[in-house]
Design a protein around this ligand. Structure first.
Ligand SMILES: [Zn+2]
Length: 264
């Protein structure tokens, strides 16, 4: 087995660990000596907030107002508590729990509040402690790419959810969730497919490329989310609105989908 092939398999396995997915690998014909994967880390997190501010300055994401290093959820919890002043404790705690579940596996996140969807405001991005040790963030270009991913989510929060022929916002969105005409899980899944695909497309265009492992991670996640969406459509388990939402995302990333299909 040549070195390149070995390196690719090594990075694929590492990527799968990051992406939280399992990739079945073929049994090797002969025992191979395992070489450790060396990931060169050039990003400096001595002062995480400063590094984040620099990324915001470089990328200038149109839908993000600030990025806050929030290792213990203090800032994002306060954001939610301030937003729901006067509401019941149960509702607030529900949102706080949801914010924790929703950010699992994400080193950066935008706190999505459905009632506020489409209010035209730029969003705050919160950075988690896991950012500092993430295998997917090795250089400044990786951080910019991850921030770009959040800019996609923030854009949707800012302008509303795109269902093709129309955009759905705030109260209407909440009532559709309540009536089970759309499900949060599907919206989140299609949103991730959109954000990861956008990252891959941006990586193809920018001059300073993200690291190979970062691109691989985004590709595996785009592939995984696409496969689930595609299967859900073919199994006819989606509501008409969910299909429209998913298809709108898929149309946006037609070319990327062709690349993902070739990975099978
Ligand atoms: Zn995301």
């Amino acid at each position: 087995m040549n070195t390149l092939k070995k390196w690719l398999i090594g990075t694929l396995v590492a990527g799968a660990i990051i992406a939280g997915s399992i990739i079945p690998t073929k049994q090797k014909e002969e025992p191979q000596k395992r070489e450790p994967i060396v990931i060169e880390k050039t990003i400096n997190f001595e002062n995480p907030q400063r590094t984040l501010n620099e990324s915001l300055e470089r990328l200038k994401p149109e839908n993000i107002s600030e990025i806050v290093y929030d290792p213990d959820f203090t800032h994002s919890d306060n954001y939610i508590k301030n937003r729901f002043v006067g509401h019941s404790r149960r509702l607030i705690e529900g949102y706080l729990d949801q914010a924790r579940i929703g950010t699992e596996g994400h080193v950066l996140c935008v706190t999505g509040i459905f009632d506020d969807t489409g209010n035209n405001k730029k969003r705050t991005v919160f950075a988690r402690k896991s950012l500092l040790n993430s295998q997917g963030i090795n250089c400044e270009a990786d951080l910019d790419s991850a921030l770009y991913h959040e800019n996609i989510h923030a854009g949707e929060e800012r302008y509303g959810y795109d269902f093709g022929e129309r955009i759905i916002k705030g109260e209407e969105l909440v009532s559709l969730f309540k009536d089970k005409k759309i499900r949060t899980e599907l919206i989140a899944l299609a949103g991730e497919f959109d954000a990861y695909s956008s990252q891959i497309e941006r990586a193809g265009k920018v001059e300073i490329k993200p690291s190979a492992i970062h691109i691989l991670n985004a590709t595996l996640n785009a592939h995984q989310t696409y496969s689930i969406l595609e299967r859900s459509i073919s199994k006819e388990i989606l509501t008409p609105l969910e299909i429209r939402y998913t298809e709108t995302k898929m149309t946006r990333h037609k070319e990327t989908i062709e690349t993902l299909k070739r990975m099978r």
